[in-house]
Every structure is written in C-alpha cells, then in structure tokens.
Design a protein around this ligand. Sequence first.
Ligand code: CP
Ligand code: NVA
Length: 301
Amino acid sequence: MNKLLSICDIQDNVLEILELANKFKKGEMPLKPLEGKSLAMIFQKSSTRTRVSFEVGMYELGGTSLFLSQSDLQMGRGEPINDTAKVLSRYVNGIMIRANNHGEVEELARAAEVPVISGLTNLEHPCQALADAQTIKEHLGGFKNKKLCFMGDGNNVCNSLLLISACLGMDMFVACPEGYEPNEEIIKKALDVSKNTGSEIVITHDSKIAANNADVVYTDVWVSMGDEVEEAKRKKDLSKYQVNSELMKLANENAIFMHCLPAIRGEEVTSDVIDGNQSVIFDEAENRLHAQKAVLYYFLK
Ligand code: CP
Ligand code: NVA
C-alpha cells in the first residue's frame, strides 16, 4: 500500500490504524520508530492543524519533515507534478500534500516511488476522518448503532466521513440543501461498503431527519478553501442548516458536537454549541496528532 488519498485506500485497515492511533496516544508504541526518515510536506493551501500535527508527529516519531509551500517549489513556476514526485522520491521517504485538485494528487501518487498521503483536497480529507473516528470511539465507546449527523455542505470532510462511517458500521445522515450533496461516486461507494458493515447512509434535505436521535452532530464551514467566489450564495443557501441549540435538542441528550476547524461562529454553528459542554472540538483537534502518527508509522515504517 503506497497511498492515502481516500479512505477507500485503507478500507480494510481503518481499525488497525485507529488502534495504532490509540496506542500512540497512550504512549504504548516504541519511541522514535521513524528515526532517519523524512517527509516532504507540500502545501497549496493554508493549514494550522494539518501542518503542525504532521510536523510534530514526524519529530516525535524520530524523523524529520520539510514544509514546502507552493511558492517555494518550482512546481509553482510550472515544473510538472510528475517530475516533482520523482525527484522528491529520490530524497525523502514519504510525501504529504494538501492540494486544490484531487486529480493532481492522484497523478503525483502514480509518479511517486514513496508513499503519498493527502492532507486534504477538494474531494476528501482522510486524515481528518481518522482523527474524527478516534474521537468518536473515545467519547461514545464504539461505532455500531451510533448515528452521525453531518449538517451543511457535502464537502471534502463530509465525503471522507461518509466513507469511514460506512467502513466502521456507523450510521451517517447528511442534511444539505439541493446542489450541496456529497460527491456522487463517494455516496455510491459508501452505500456499497455499508452493505457489508450494516451502516445506514442517508442523504436528505431535511435537517430534522438527520439530527433526530443523533449521537454525533458534525458540521464544517460553508465556504471551503477554493469556494470563496461563491461566498455570498453559499451563505444564503446554507443558512437553514446551521447547528444551533434548537437543532442540538433533536439529537440524543448525550450527543457530542464535532467540527474539523477552523470554524466560523454565527455561521455554520452558534457559539453556545461550539463552546458548550457537548463540544469535543479540542479533543478532535488533538487527535489529529495521534492519528497522523499512526498514519505515518503505518506508511513509512
Ligand atoms: N482541520 C484541518 O485540516 O485544519 P487545518 O486546515 O488547520 O489543517
Ligand atoms: N472543508 C474545509 C476544511 C478545512 C479543514 C476546506 O476545505 O476548506
């Protein structure tokens, strides 16, 4: 296995990686298992959590990482992505990339001779979904008979959550306006996987159906990186899908609130919910580090 661009790439290994993440968190893994290894990290978009958790993760595993923004690379001046992949493969043991275009990352992975890990594209955010699953397990004890409600834009985060929910046998209901549905291929794939795991996957325009008796209420920004030109339209279209205290009342009493962050209070979620006692956003952000270490260990060891 040489890539993690989609949850589909680790479909049969999700539980194993989550177990590793849990062991890293508890300090039960060997110290510095990636000593002498290096990771190139290409960023075409901004990042706080992904950059810091990969960088600190590599350091804690005994390896080193190189932060390469698009403007630092010849790629930014038009060097082909295939050449970049081949050259980097001669220097480093792995490549992490946050990119605008999922297709470009697939191209990079085809050309690379070392593992390639996505740190978010327009289509998916697999490392986020792993940290989210770890957080859900910690707070709810497991995935079976649990219901995740995703409110708002059927975006990259939503797509990866659909796939990981299907893999783990967790039910997932997405409530979004017309035209904001998750990727069609991903829905098909999630439905396909769910036949074996028993999870219920539902895409609806009705936020009440999605939130009813949910164990996890999840949302993400209405305007993702790259969607800025549609900002005004998106805010108008998505306004009915805000997570607020009224919506939280429909979920289970002990439901947790999750958000990959960064969040915009007053838009996709109100302050009382995201800063309230049901919110687990900082556990979720912390788990990016543990899950990332598991991913790095799994692919680079
Ligand atoms: N959740 C997440 O990926 O955050 P960053 O954009 O800060 O990396
Ligand atoms: N959907 C958001 C996630 C940021 C971590 C974006 O793509 O901008």
